[in-house]
Design a protein around this ligand. Structure first.
Ligand code: SAM
Length: 336
């Protein structure tokens, strides 16, 4: 095998270069002498401090992952059907088990549990997100039989029931993106607040004066209240009800409105605009195919026209993929 021999005083620099240029052979260990080191490399390169030699290297022993172990247990045909991507919500792992592997789901769950010490429960998705509450059926397949978990994100602890309410760990980056924009003393409205991940993250990480959340699912609302207590939060008020009914009853106006309901949030744009102060920022989510992204701004334009308000687009981000070519997007706009 090819080795790059280099004196110890140049070793660090050469190693960094090898990693950056993907020339280091990670399957083998470097050999160390008193004055030099020999890195296993994939090909030669130009460096006056390096001498290329033929040498033998010992192979690194890679720790077996649950995927490797399962591949042995399931055999080649079945292991090719295995979906290894999964969600981790605290101590709960949520897997997708294809129909053909249902009979082997216990083996899959037990192997996952044995090889992931922080995971105490394994569930499988048993349906799509459906209904007004956007909930998803889950089936218990291993470990402790529970659907409750505590998830830590952006400095907050969130109690979640993964079946009774919508919660996505994948939106953590989005919560952080908005949190960073919030200015001192802002009044923020979070429509569709679920178990209150947005309100809790905003409260703990910003100097917002007041945050209001509205959620129609009573169970999610109940967990939201628990999460306020859990995180010792006092500047958030949560309402349980339909945004359409609660918003007109609020006697206040907001500097920022978040609308994290990608399917159908346009039906609530009029309410969001109505309750926004002059110069407020609205974060409007939508699910769109990449060849129809312009529809997002069109929906905002129509709503602003109806309200006789003008607007300015501040940002447009893709914040998740729904299906091939279809994305969860967010349009941030200022309303005047
Ligand atoms: C996509 S989930 C987002 C939940 C939460 N913000 C999160 O990120 O985990 C949308 C939420 O809106 C709620 N919802 C749907 N229609 C609503 C309405 N008309 N009024 C209030 N909440 C509603 C659902 O129950 C669900 O919890």
């Amino acid at each position: 095998m090819k080795g790059a021999k280099v004196s110890l005083n140049h070793a660090e620099r050469v190693k960094k270069f090898l990693i950056k240029s993907r020339l280091l052979d990670f399957d083998y260990r470097a050999t160390k002498g008193k004055q030099f080191i020999i890195f296993p490399v994939l090909e030669e390169f130009e460096d006056k401090d390096v001498e290329f030699i033929e040498d033998k290297f010992s192979k690194k022993r890679r720790k077996e992952t649950w995927k490797d172990i399962l591949k042995n247990k399931l055999g080649k045909v079945d292991s090719e059907k295995l979906i290894t991507a999964h969600d981790l919500i605290g101590n709960i792992a949520i897997l997708e088990i294809p129909e053909e592997l249902v009979k082997k789901e216990k083996i899959i769950a037990d192997t996952f549990l044995n090889n992931n010490k922080n995971v105490k429960t394994v569930l499988k998705k048993a349906g799509e997100h459906t209904g007004t509450f956007r909930t998803q059926k889950m089936k218990w397949i291993g470990g402790e039989n529970t659907k409750d978990s505590v998830y830590k994100e952006n400095g907050v602890k969130l109690k979640v029931n993964v079946e009774d309410m919508y919660f996505s760990v994948r939106l953590g980056t989005e919560r952080k993106r908005i949190m960073k924009q919030i200015e001192v003393d802002e009044h923020v409205l979070v429509m569709f607040s679920g178990c209150a991940p947005y309100p809790c993250v905003f409260s703990k990480n910003t100097d917002a004066e007041r945050i209001v959340g509205i959620e129609i699912n009573p169970k999610a609302h109940e967990y939201g209240l628990i999460n306020l207590q859990k995180n010792k939060i006092s500047n958030v008020e949560l309402f349980c009800g339909d945004v359409k009914k609660v918003v007109p009853e609020l006697k206040e106006r907001f500097d920022r409105v978040c609308m994290p309901l990608p399917k159908g949030a346009e039906d609530f744009l009029d309410d969001a605009i109505k309750i926004s102060r002059k110069n407020a920022i609205i974060h409007f989510y939508d699910f769109l195919h990449e060849n129809e992204f312009e529809k997002c701004e069109e929906k905002v334009r129509s709503a602003c026209n109806r309200a006789r308000r003008t607007f300015e687009v501040l940002d447009f981000v893709k914040c998740g993929q729904y299906s091939p070519g279809k994305f969860r997007v967010c349009l941030d706009f200022r309303v005047f």
